[in-house]
Design a protein. Structure first.
Length: 116
């Protein structure tokens, strides 16, 4: 079993920044892909950003120029630096880890609220 624990969410004003962190622990040999999803009230969950073990990244179009994903393979951690936050970024953000086709895990989520 693998556990993912997110931290770093909170309430910020438009234009401000937040950095989310996620640490994976448990039965881990290696993690292929790590990433972040989010779910806003009344909307479906969407994939925000992913990063592979060799550093290839992919972003949701609306965040590409504002968010940066990074990871530390040795510590099984992933980060999401969110700049120039907008009210529409308000959501619960979930950490994601894909070890294999049959082993995928999600965290419990951390709330990000962008409001003036």
């Amino acid at each position: 079993q693998v556990q993912l624990v997110e931290s770093g969410g909170g309430l910020v004003q438009p234009g401000e920044s937040l950095r989310l962190s996620c640490a994976a622990s448990g039965s881990i040999d290696s993690i292929n892909t790590m990433g972040w999803l989010r779910q806003a009230p009344g909307k479906e969950r969407e994939l925000v950003a992913t990063i592979t073990s060799d550093g290839m990244t992919n972003y949701l179009a609306v965040v590409k120029d504002r968010f940066t994903i990074s990871r530390n393979n040795g510590e099984n951690t992933v980060y999401l630096q969110m700049n120039s936050l907008k009210p529409e970024d308000t959501a619960v953000y979930y950490c994601y880890a894909r070890l294999s086709v049959t082993r995928q895990y999600w965290g419990q989520g951390t709330q990000v609220t962008v409001s003036s």
